[in-house]
Design a protein. Sequence first.
Length: 747
Amino acid sequence: MSSKRPTNDGKASVRPCDAQQDAASQGDLTEEHPHDTSGGASQLNINIISNSTIGSFASGHNTSVVGSVRTPSLSGQIHQRSDSKLRRRILQEVKQYVHGMRAGSLYSMVRLDLGLVNSPGDIELPLFRRGRADSEVHPIAPGTRIIQLLSRANDSLLILGEPGSGKTTILFELCQDLVERAISHEDSPIPIYLNLSSWSKERKPLSYWAIDEAWEVYGITKPLAKRWLESGQLALLLDGLDEVSAQFREDCIGEINEYRKNVESPVIVCSRTHDYRPLSVALRCHEAVVVQPLDIIHVIQTLSTKADLAILVRAIDAVPSVKAMVQLPIFLNVIAITCISSSVWSSDKDFDGLTEDSVLGIYVQHMIADDSRRGPHRFFLLDSSGRSRFVRWLSILAKIMLRDGQSSISAEQMQPDWLPTMLLRSLFHVLVLAIVVLFIGVPVYALSTVVFGWLGLPGGKVVGLGLGLTGSLIVWLASNKFFGVGGGAAIGAVFGISIAAAAVVMLNWSTGAVVVGVVVGFLVGYTYGVMGNHALREYGEHADAVRFKIRMADRMQWSWTDARSAALKVMPAAAMAGLIFLGISIPSAGLRNGLAIGITVFLVGVCALGLARGHRRYEEVEERRTPNQGLWRSGKNALLISFYSGAIMALLVSVMGIVVVRDPVDVLMGFVVAYIAGAMPGGLYVGGLACVQHFVLRLVLWMVDYGPVRYSDFMNCAVDCVLMRRVGARYYFVHRMVLEHLARQPI
C-alpha cells in the first residue's frame, strides 16, 4: 500500500445502529412495471466455479425497541403488506438481472476455482480488529464461501483483483446467493448490483446516487428505495470503483465511508487493485480480499483434457507472455474460444509477441467473422467493408461510454454530443428547428390567413409568419430547456417584430408600431424567460446539464395545480396580446369582431400554457423492457396530447368563426386548420420533438459514418457476436476490457 494511506489515530470508527424504521414511514408508493431481463442473447452460457457458492448467511439487522412493543397501525399494516409484495417483485427483478448479466459472460470454456487472499492492509480496520491474528495477510481456505466471508466481515467487504481476474463474476454470484437468502428469509436485505462508473457525473451523496440507480436499473420507486435504504433493507454491491474518474475516486471512497457511518446495511465494493492501492484514502470496512491469479498447474491440467486446446498447452510452455495471460480467466477463455473455433493459431510461433490488447483484437475479429454466431442481424457483417464499419461503430460507442462514465447504453440515451464536431451539432439543431417550423409555422400561418380573411383584415400573412416563427421557437427552445435572458430575448424579438410589422400593414403606424412591437415583445419574452427559469428549478444545480438534451416522455401525468398556476402567470401577457389584437382589429373589423379575435387570442394563450405545464413529463417512469420502447411511448404520448391541444384550438376558433362569419363551410375550414395548428405544438412539446430529435440524430450520425440508422439492430448484432449483452432494453459490453480495447482503436 502507498505510504500516503493515513494510519489510524486511535479513534474508533463507530457505526450507529439505526432504530427500526416505522413501516408507515413517509413516501408514496407507486408500483411500476418491472423491466424485462430476458434479453441476454449471448450464445455462451458461462459461469466460473469460484469460492462464492450458495452458503449460509447470518443476516438481519432489525433492531428492537427495548421495553415497549409497538402495534402497527392500519396504515402501517397496509405499508407492510405492500412492501412485502414489492419486495418479492424486486427480488425477482434482481434475480433476472443477475441471470441476464451472467448469461453474457466470457468465462465459459475453462472453469477453475479462484483463489482468494485476505488483505487487511488495503482497508481501514475498526479499532477492535487491529492487531488480531485474523488481521494479518493469509490465504482464504479453499472451499470457503464468499458469502461466509461477508457474514464474518460484518457485512462490509472489499474485493480487489487484476483486470479480468473474475472480480465481477464473484460479485454476481454473491448477489445471486444473497437473493436466494432474501427470498427464504424476510428479514434479509435485498441485494442490488450497481456500477459506480456513473457516480462521477454528479457526485451525489451515495444514498442519493443509489436511489437514482435503483430506479434506473431495477425500477424501484425512489420513495421506496429511500425508505429501504434508511432501514437497512438494501445491500449495496458496488462494482467498478476503478471506473470512477481518477480525480474523483477518493471522493467516492469518502462517500461510501460516510454512507456506512449512517446506514446499517451490507456494502460490498469491487475494484482493480492497481487503481485502488495508490489512493490516499482507504475504504473503511471489516474485510478485504484479493482475487489471485489462476494456478498454472491447474490450468495446464484442465487444458490437457481438451484435444482442441493442445496447441495452447504447448504455447504456455514455450511463450512466457502466454503463460502469464492464461492465469487471468478472461484471457484464458478468450484464447481458448479462438483456439477451438478458428485457424488463428496454427503453430506455437503464432503466439510469439502476443499481448493482452492483441488477444482482444483477435477475439473481436474472430467473433464478427464467425458465421455460426450471427443471428437475424447479420446484414451488418455481409462483407469485409461491412465488418470494418461495424468495428468502427463499436469503437465510437465504446469511446462515448468511456467518456460519459456509462456501463450500459440504450438507443434512447443517444444525445447530440455523440456528434464529433460543433459544426455537426449545429447542423443537427438547424435540421430539427427546420422540421419544427414546418410542422408548427406552416399550420399557424394558414390559420392566421383564414382568420384574418374572416375579419376582412389585411396583414394576415405577416401576422401568420410572425406567430408561426414565434410558436416554433417557443416549442423548440422550451423543449431544449433554454430559458432566461437568451431564450426570452429570441422569443421577444421575433414576436415584437411580427406585431410591429402587422401594425404597420394594418394601421399604417410608424412610431406607434415600433412602440407596440417593443412593449409586446418585451412582455412576451420576459414572461417566457421568467416562467422557464421557474420550471428549471426542479433540476437545481444540474439545470445546465439538461439543456439541449433529448428527453423522452415515457409517461404523462396531469396536474390541475400546475395548469392553474401556469395559466394565472401567463394571464397578463395573454391579456396584453389580446388587447393589442383588439386595438389593431377594431378600425377595420369593428368592435364585435375585434372583441372576438382579442378574446380568442387571450384564451389560446392561457389554455396553451396551462395545457403545456399541466402535463408533467417523466422520462423512464416505467422500466423499459425492449429496445426503443421509450421512443414509442413518447410518440404515443405526443399523439394523445396533440389530440387534446388540437381540440381546444379548434373549439375556440370555431366559436369565433360562428360569431364572425356564421358560414358553416368557412367555420368547418377554420376548424380543420385550427385543429392542425393546435395539435402540432402540443404534440411536439410533449414527446414528439424528442422523437424528431432522435431520428434526426440517427440520420446525421449515419451521414458521417458514426453509427447506423438502425442502432438497436446494430447493438443486437453485437450481442449475437458475443461482444455485448442485453438485459431488458439496456446493452453492456461483454467485458470492461473489451470496451477499453475498442475505445483505444483509431476511428
